[in-house]
Design a protein around this ligand. Structure first.
Ligand code: AMP
Ligand code: MG
Length: 381
């Protein structure tokens, strides 16, 4: 696999070229509001298989199908041969419609019984398909002009940090895909929340993401005029033996090449107070992960980079490069910066390892950020 990867811009030439390439069964990375997606025609099994090859993605990891704005109801998705009506219960369709009204276009993937028209390669042989409507003008122009769905998992090699700019895509997939459409940095910055809508209308959250669990509860309570009728169960682990239900839930994912490990939330604050136990804990961790480290990277969710740097450097006695995801404490900004910050620490060859502090609470977008940090750190021996 060594082809020239063309960088396109979303002008008339770039959009036409991307459409021609996709129609010819080629792979084009496209901007979405979550992360960059590696797109191919979803109904073309050969094109979709190319995604697995380019990403080195295992065949058991199903792809999300992206749809145009016009398909804004369960009935439209059935008419477009995405979902299968014969396998769905009435509550299931009602809840899907509620979710679509509340969150589409946007970072929510809905998993429900698939139509026979969706190739098995897309769903890894599962009887369900994950679908979302991206909220990005470039992705939508392509989908509308193609008039058919695109499969588009994150445009990175399998298990690696997701790309939030076109240059990240080039870093990951140059020479493996026909083109990348540069639509600027992604707005949300973490992948979609994935929910399975079960036969009885209950939901299982398969992956936390850009739509918070609170927002799901609130929207369903409002839409269904009840606070308790629909149970939202949260599944946090995949079952390793069958096709993974949501492989984004695999233990190691979103991972930098460097060793990365997590300290407890608030570590840097304890360091600033010269807390002896915390200083020792950090020193021990660095010594174990990167013996003799001369410089390290340190990722914090919020707060001043300069203050964190002072606290960590004085504790360790070596230089430290700090990335604060949102110095002012805005979780939307923190999610947007997460993967780019991880990638820049990973790419800095002067750093021996990366230490990260999770967000102190697990609410809203912090839940998705902490999920990604835990999986990025899962390589620790
Ligand atoms: P990615 O875009 O690479 O983050 O991957 C897309 C995610 O969607 C994967 O983790 C898939 O497991 C998940 N997904 C896609 N289709 C299904 C499905 N039918 N059931 C459960 N999860 C799915
Ligand atoms: Mg991914």
């Amino acid at each position: 696999m060594n082809i020239k990867t063309e960088k396109l811009f979303p002008d008339a030439y770039g959009i036409d070229k991307a459409i021609d390439l996709l129609n010819a069964g080629e792979l084009v990375a496209i901007p979405t509001e979550t992360v960059y997606g590696l797109a191919a025609l979803a109904l073309d099994a050969n094109a979709a298989a190319g995604i697995f090859a380019a990403k080195e993605r295992p065949a058991f990891d199903p792809l999300i199908v992206h749809v145009p704005r016009a398909w804004h109801s369960c009935a439209e998705l059935i008419a477009a041969n995405i979902f299968s009506p014969s396998k769905m219960g009435p509550n299931q369709q009602l809840v899907i419609d509620s979710l679509i009204r509340a969150f589409w276009p946007g970072p929510l993937t809905i998993v429900a019984p698939k139509s026979e028209k969706i190739p098995d390669v897309i769903t890894s042989g599962l009887p369900t398909v994950g679908v979302r409507m991206p909220d990005h003008p470039v992705a939508q122009v392509l989908l509308q002009r193609l008039g058919q769905p695109l499969a588009a998992p994150s445009a990175n090699r399998f298990g690696r940090i997701s790309p939030t700019t076109a240059d990240h895509v080039i870093d990951e997939l140059d020479g493996r895909i026909a083109a990348v459409l540069d639509g600027g940095p992604c707005d949300v910055g973490v992948e979609s929340t994935i929910v399975a809508v079960n036969q009885d209308g209950s939901l299982t959250v398969l992956r936390p993401g850009g739509v918070s669990i609170d927002a799901l509860h609130q929207a369903l309570a409002f839409e269904l005029k009840t606070t308790s009728a629909t149970a939202i169960a949260i599944q946090t682990n995949s079952n390793g033996s069958t096709p993974a239900q949501a492989p984004g839930m695999m233990e190691s994912h979103y991972a930098p090449g460097k060793t990365m490990f997590l300290m407890p939330p608030g570590t840097s604050r304890h360091l600033a107070r010269r807390d002896a136990a915390t200083i020792q804990q950090l020193k021990d961790a660095v010594e174990k992960m990167s013996p003799g480290a001369l410089k390290i990277g340190y990722l914090v969710p919020t707060g001043s980079q300069a203050l964190h740097q002072k606290a960590v450097e004085s504790a360790l006695g070596i230089p430290v490069t700090v990335k604060s995801l949102s110095p002012k404490g805005d979780m939307i900004e923190a999610a947007r910066n997460l993967f780019a910050s991880l990638r820049s620490l990973d790419d800095d060859i002067s750093l021996s390892c990366i230490i990260a502090e999770p967000c102190p609470d697990d609410t809203g977008l912090a839940f998705a950020i902490n999920d990604r940090l835990k999986r990025a750190a899962a390589r620790v021996p």
